[in-house]
Structures are given as C-alpha cells and as structure tokens.
Design a protein around this ligand. Structure first.
Ligand code: NAG
Ligand code: NAG
Ligand code: NAG
Ligand code: NAG
Ligand code: NAG
Ligand code: NAG
Length: 779
C-alpha cells in the first residue's frame, strides 16, 4: 500500500535517531583541537597461532602503539578497554577522530572504527520442523557426538529455568576450556552439564560525554531481560513437558538437540550491545571451544559498514577460519528489500517464518457477529457482556487532529469519551508501534482495544491482561460499518486461544528482513528461514506490572517473535547435524541445511510471503529448514577460507588488508571484479547483473558426495520462462575414486523478464534431492 512512503518515513526517523551521534563527530572535527575521545575498535587481523610466524601481539605492544598517537599529557587514555589476541588481534581504546585516522594508516592495521550499539533482533516449533519427539530422534539417528557446544551471545541466561536442567546428560566435554564466571547473583554452581559456561563483560559507554564513564553489565551473567534465555533454550534447551504461557501454546518446550551444551556470553543490556563487547565475546567463545556461535543481534540495515569494519563479520570470519560456525539473525526491517544484515558469506543468515500455530482472540459484536483477531491476551471479558464501542476519531481530545485520534496517537484521545469502552484504532500512519497505541488506549481507561491493521503482519502482540485484538482490513471495514449503522454499537474481546495445525504455514514473517544484500548482490541472502513468530521458550520469570493475570505467577516461558527467535532454531539444527556428523566442516553443515530446505507449506503449496504471493529466495533464502533431511543431504558444497579471501578481493578490499586479516601472503587473483563473487563455491547462486545483450554467462560449482559412494545424480533445472539455464554435465556418476565433481551453469537472458528472476537446480539420485537456488537480475 503505502510502502515506499513508509520506507521513506522510517529512513527519516532512523536518520533523526542517529543524527545526535554523527553531528557530534562532525562538529568536533571542525575544531580539531577539541575532539572528544570516543571508543574505537582497532582491528589487526588474524592472530595466526598456527605456524607462529607472527607471535600474538601483547598488551604492551598495543600500549606502545597507542602512545605514538595519543599526546603524553592525556596519558590516562593510553590504556586498552578490550584486548583481542586469541582468534584475531586488536584492541579497543578511547581515541579522537584524528588519532583513529592516524592509526588506520599504520601497517598491519586492517581497520579502525568507532564502537557502535547493535540491537537485539527482538515447543512446538521443533515438532513443526519435522524433528518429532526427541526419543524418536535418537532411535532413528544415533547421535555420534554428545559434545556439541553452542555459544549464545545475548543478554545472559536464567540458569534456574528447567530448560537448562542437565538430567540425563553426560560429563562436560573434555574440549571445553571456558569458565562459569561468578557474579553478584550468579554462582559457579549455577552452571551444570547442560549450561556448561557463562561469562559477562564490563561495557564501556561510548556515548558518554568525555567517555570516562563505564558501566558494568550488572556484574553477572544472569539475564534480566529474557532474550538470551529465550534464544538459548530455543537452540539447545532440555525438554520441558507441559510448558506454556499461562496455558497458551502448551506442549513440550525444547531445543533442537538433547545433548547439545550451552555457553552463555552476556554482551547486551536493554540498550543494546556494544560492538567491542560482541567482538570480545566471539573471541572468548572461540577460545572456550564452542562449535557454533548464535548471534541474534545486528546493525541497523541503513548503516551497514563494510565487511572489514563490521564487528560481527570480523569475529565470524575468524570463527569460521577456526572451524566454528556463526549463525545470525537477518534483522526485523522487512518487508522492504535490501534490509538483510549479517550478510557476509561466512555467516549463516536466518530469516523468520510463522509456524502452524496461531493465537486468535475473537471480537464479538453486539449484533452477534464474530471476527477472528490475532493477539495474545488474557482478557477477563466473557461472551455474556458487551461494552460500548467507539472509534478513536470520535473520541478525540480537544485540539487533537482527527488523523491522530483514529490512529490512537499519544495524547489524542479524550479519556472521558473512551473510559469503559472498547476503542477501535487504525494504522494508517504507523509511525508508532501497536504496543504504544495499546498503552495509550489502556491509559485512557478503556475496556479494550480493536486494532485494524492495514497489512496483515501476522505477529501477535502480547498485550498482557489488557483485552486487545488485531484484525485485518476486511474485518475492520465490517466492524466500522456496524458501528456507523448502529446507534449503540457494542462488542467484547474474548481470551486468546491457540489454534493448532494452522494453515498455511510456514509463511515468511512480515518483519523478516529481505534480500538482496546491501553490500553485494552476488551472494544470495538471507540463506535460510526458520520459525520466528510466536515462539514459546524459556524466559526470566519476572514480569512487568500489568502483564500478569490476577492470581497467577509469572511463568518461566513466553511467546516472542523476531528473527532473533529464528536464528537459534538454525543453531540448534546445525548442532543436531554436527552431533550426527562430527567430522563435517561448518560449510558442509550449512550446505546440508540449505539444499534440503523446503519451499512448500503444509498445504503442499509454494511457501507464501505474507501477502498471498509465492515467497522468493530474497525473502526465505533456500527455504524453511528441515533438520532431519539435512542429516542426509547426498551432496554438499564446500566453501573454504580461501574462497572467502577471494570474495574479499572481488569485493574490492585491498590485498594488503586481506594479507593482514589472514596473516598469510595470499595473492588476489589477477582478475578481481565484483561479478566474480558469483563464482565462489556457495550453495546458492546470485548474479546481480545479467546483461540481456551480453551473451551467455557461465559459472562453476563443485559438489562433494557425502552419501552412498556409487551414486549417479541427474540435474533438473527450474527457471522462469525466458531465462535459459543449462547445466553441464547433466549427469554425474560418483564412484570409489570420485567423491568430488564440478559442473557448470550457463545463463542466457535475452528473452527473460527484466529484474530478478528466481529458479533452482536440483541434483537427484532417486534418494536425495540437492536443491540449489538461483537469483538472477536481468538488465
Ligand atoms: C568527565 O566525566 C567525569 C565523570 O562524569 C566528570 O567528573 C568530569 O568533569 C568530566 N570531564 C570533562 C572534561 O567533561
Ligand atoms: C499441565 O499444566 C496445566 C496448567 O498449566 C495443568 O492444569 C495440568 O495438570 C498439567 N498437566 C500435567 C500432565 O502436568
Ligand atoms: C509478496 O510478494 C509480492 C510479489 O513479489 C510483493 O508485491 C509483496 O509486497 C510481498 N509481500 C510482502 C509482505 O513482502
Ligand atoms: C478485569 O480485570 C480488571 C483488572 O485487570 C478489572 O478492573 C475488571 O473489573 C475485570 N473485569 C471483569 C469483567 O471481571
Ligand atoms: C561400487 O561399484 C564398484 C564397481 O562397480 C564395486 O566394486 C563396489 O563394490 C561398489 N561399492 C559399493 C559401496 O556399492
Ligand atoms: C488469565 C487468562 O484468562 N488466561 C486465559 C488465556 O487464554 C487461555 C486459552 O484460551 C485460557 O485457558 C486462560 O484461562
């Protein structure tokens, strides 16, 4: 509908939000003598602990380096805030803009960038994914390793949650080198054989005037927000029978793999997560011996730094280099295109979908008609009594514009006109979240609220005890019509019920960030999709006032939505695959999950995008994860560290920086251009420009057989009419001597429709289907 305008508005609001920090730096650069020092990250590439050519730089070397740029009269600043030395080298410190710029010209320094604040990308879901009960799991698929460790970088952990019970779990893996940090309200005994480690960090506040103020992250790994507990229990929680949110979503809550261990790294507060702290947490996780790192955090899509100045991309590169997989959320800035973040090719980037359970809250009108709304509410209203119904615009406060009142803006409603009534609000200028509008209506002492949402966003708001429901435009129109044709319209809102076996599902979540990637369109992003709407998992058993129904205790479980919730599903699935195939590399596991993903919903129709259209790979990547199928993918695409270094050459990073980054004498291919990125051995294909008059474009891929040795695969192409896609050879016969084979894909777009064309190549041997997604922009 108004999407372009919405995007513009959200762009503006983001610019406004960020202007305070950027204006301070621009004003300070005008008078260079008075630059205010800020927290900077100085990144110096790999620590190369392999061949020992470059012994890790010690803290005192960094201090020496700092003293060459910081004047001696400010020597209190010649100190490190964070020191990175394990997987990669560098430090963070308080620097002025000029000092930062001087340092960045030093040999061996890859990048210098200001610390920034990244945002959190705020039971049944596993059963929905076909990974049925865990007992069935272990019967049919012997977990070879029970030593898989996932590191969750988030808001900490609530260790007492039954989701972190270690009943029936063996000894802590020998390879674990991490610790259980004690804190004000956290003891060593809070860790066990499930939650094997926990750390927290002291965060330096970079925005605080002269920058000397630092604040501890509550001095404990304990989670006071619930986000980290939710993501950790989703990834690897122990099974908890009969978990529910006040009776909603009742069932067994559990993570993707029973035996997987959890290590929690608390790098975030309510205000977000410092980039320098995230880097430290990634370094610790690698050093501690985790296998998979899960990060449900990201930058704003509008301000994506280059790969070598992006803390998550830098940390993830070195993790990947050392065999540690990094799984990240794609962001919640959808449905607009090019909003995906965490999009480096060495990151596993996750979009969010709905699951087959909806939460409905029925509106009952005075005339007996009912409408199904979407919400999670603990309304204490009943069928037997209805309440006066009023439209926001008819309850405007004095001097309040009607346009604001019908949207239920703060201050726009006259409490005298809404008290005791059910208020109808619309969403034509959705600059404010529905959560805020609900507070406006609740504060005005209304009985309840019906929210008419122009676009069915499919994300239920948890409205606590306040009766609330959300209806689409069709239902909304009927409700408004009833109100205008009736002198005393009345209604009630019934308590939420969970609707199981909801169809269609999965559907791409409205909020899920979309591709193509903002930095390069030659790698398809997001990679994959997993459940992220209305997910039940463990949380901190504390609740804000007004959210706990009278006579109930806050439950240890809550229903949350976001790509934050989708990311740990993929982390859990990857841990499950790793437990069965401990020898597989990170890229093999990623490939297995991508090529076996499903693009059909539970009606056996192509997965939809939320507006009833078929979802594209820019919305769902390779499709919805299917963990059981990923155990047995047949063929995998291996992507190596060398491939990622070539990627950086093609992307345009300097050879010198790539050599520092990798601590090798890696040479960029003589021909390095952005379109060559498409040739990297990735499990999907993306081409940002196929010139319709430029003839045939050909790229290659290599597959490795991980299935039965004597298998013959045949390629099948699915492409939109007009786009000619050919695969050569069309048949590959693997045998005793042949485990790896290459093939070429040629694309010809003379007759193809302009813009992005999506298709796929599927290799099959009768037992396995290896599906590779193709996205081609024809110009
Ligand atoms: C720096 O911050 C500290 C603590 O807030 C304050 O006492 C001091 O006056 C500040 N210095 C300057 C130069 O603003
Ligand atoms: C499950 O929980 C509900 C309330 O949440 C309770 O009434 C019921 O008895 C429980 N069932 C079992 C088997 O524990
Ligand atoms: C779904 O896809 C259609 C066609 O590609 C697009 O117009 C629409 O905006 C998409 N809807 C959402 C919610 O992304
Ligand atoms: C519902 O609960 C609210 C407080 O949460 C109370 O004020 C109100 O009287 C209750 N209504 C009914 C119908 O019980
Ligand atoms: C594969 O084929 C070769 C030659 O036909 C045969 O000797 C070998 O036993 C076969 N291997 C398997 C695992 O079937
Ligand atoms: C507090 C309350 O009323 N909770 C209700 C929420 O909805 C579920 C499912 O409809 C009811 O069982 C609860 O009683």
């Amino acid at each position: 509908m108004t999407s372009p305008i919405l995007l513009l508005l959200s762009l503006l609001s983001c610019l406004l939000l960020s202007s305070s920090s950027s204006s301070s730096s621009s004003s300070s650069s005008s008078s260079s003598s008075k630059q205010i020092p800020k927290h900077y990250i100085v990144y110096m590439g790999s620590s190369s602990n392999g061949d020992g050519r470059n012994a890790p730089v010690s803290e005192s070397d960094h201090i020496k380096l700092l003293s060459t740029v910081i004047p001696s009269e400010e020597k209190q600043r010649i100190s490190l805030i964070h020191h990175y030395s394990h997987a990669f080298r560098g430090f963070s410190a308080m620097l002025t803009e000029d000092e930062a710029s001087l340092l960045s010209q030093h040999d061996g320094i890859v990048s210098v960038f200001p610390d920034s604040v990244l945002q959190l990308h705020t039971t049944r879901s596993w059963d929905f994914l076909g990974a049925t009960s865990s007992s069935k799991f272990s019967q049919s698929h012997q977990e070879v390793s029970t030593d898989v460790i996932v590191g969750i970088i988030d808001t900490g952990i609530w260790p007492e949650s039954p989701s972190f019970s270690d009943n029936g779990i063996g000894q802590v893996p020998r390879k674990w080198k991490g610790i259980c940090m004690e804190g004000s309200d956290f003891k060593k005994s809070n860790c066990n054989r499930k939650l094997i480690g926990a750390r927290y960090y002291v965060q330096q506040r970079s925005h605080s005037g002269n920058g000397t103020v630092s604040r501890a992250l509550s001095g404990s790994p304990r989670d006071s927000i619930g986000h980290g507990t939710h993501t950790a229990s989703t990834a690897a929680g122990s099974p908890v029978m009969n978990a529910s949110y006040y009776g909603l979503g009742q069932g067994t809550a559990r993570g993707g793999s029973l035996s997987t261990r959890i290590a929690a790294y608390k790098a975030c507060t309510e205000d977000g997560c410092s980039a320098a702290t995230i880097l430290k947490a990634i370094e610790d996780a690698i050093k501690d011996g985790v296998d998979i790192i899960s990060i449900s955090i990201g930058m704003n899509a509008l301000f994506q730094p280059d790969f070598l100045s992006d803390p998550i991309a830098i940390g993830a590169f070195h993790a990947e280099e050392m065999g540690v997989m990094v799984v990240c959320s794609a962001g919640n800035d959808g449905p607009f295109p090019s909003t995906v973040v965490n999009a480096a090719p060495w990151i596993f980037t996750v979009a969010a979908s709905t699951i087959d359970r909806a939460f409905q809250s029925t509106v009952l009108l005075g005339n007996g008609r009912t409408f199904q709304g979407l919400a999670i509410n603990f309304s204490n209203l009943t069928r037997s009594e209805t309440y006066p119904l009023v439209f926001g615009k008819d309850a405007a406060a004095k001097f309040s514009p009607v346009s604001e009142a019908r949207n239920c803006y703060p201050g726009s409603l006259d409490p005298k006109k809404v008290s005791g009534k059910i208020v109808v609000c619309i969403d034509t200028e959705p600059m404010l979240s529905k959560r805020i509008k609900k507070l406006v209506v609740e504060d005005a002492k209304a009985k309840g609220m019906i929210f008419i949402n122009g676009e069915s966003k499919g994300t239920p708001l948890d409205s606590g005890v306040f009766p609330f429901t959300e209806v689409g435009i069709v239902e909304g129109y009927k409700i408004l019509k009833y109100m205008t044709s009736n002198n005393n319209p009345t209604a009630t809102i019934l308590p939420t019920v969970g609707i199981p076996n909801f169809r269609p599902a999965p559907v791409v979540a409205y909020f899920s960030s979309r591709g193509p990637g903002g930095l390069t369109e030659n790698i398809l992003k997001p990679d994959i999709m997993a459940p992220g709407v209305a997910i039940l998992a463990a949380v901190t058993p504390k609740a804000e006032p007004g959210t706990v129904p009278i006579g109930k205790e806050p439950p240890g479980y809550a229903i949350r939505s976001g790509t934050s919730m989708a990311c740990p599903h993929v982390t859990g699935a990857a841990a499950f695959v790793k437990s069965v195939h401990p020898g597989w590399s990170t890229s093999m596991i990623k490939s297995a999950l991508m090529t076996t993903a499903t693009v059909y919903d539970n009606l056996r129709k192509p997965t939809e995008n939320g507006s009833g259209q078929s979802a594209t790979p820019h919305e769902m990547g390779a499709g919805e994860i299917s963990p059981l199928k990923a155990l047995n993918p047949g063929l995998v695409f291996k992507t190596t560290t060398q491939d990622y270094l070539k990627f950086l050459c093609y992307y345009g990073s300097s050879e010198k920086k790539i050599q520092s980054l990798s601590q090798t004498n890696f040479k960029c291919p003589r021909k390095s251009s952005e379109n060559l990125i498409s040739t990297i051995n990735y499990p999907s294909i993306s081409i940002d420009k196929l010139d319709r008059h430029g003839g045939i474009q050909t790229i290659g891929r290599t597959v490795t057989n991980v299935g039965p040795p004597n298998s013959t695969y045949i390629a099948a192409v699915s492409a939109p009419s007009g786009l000619v896609v050919k695969v050569w050879p069309q048949k590959i016969a693997f045998g005793e001597g042949l485990k790896e084979a290459s093939f070429k894909v040629s694309l010809y777009g003379k007759e193809a429709p302009g813009g992005y064309n999506f298709g796929s190549i599927t290799w099959s041997d009768g037992l396995h289907s290896v599906r590779m997604v193709i996205a081609v922009n024809v110009e």
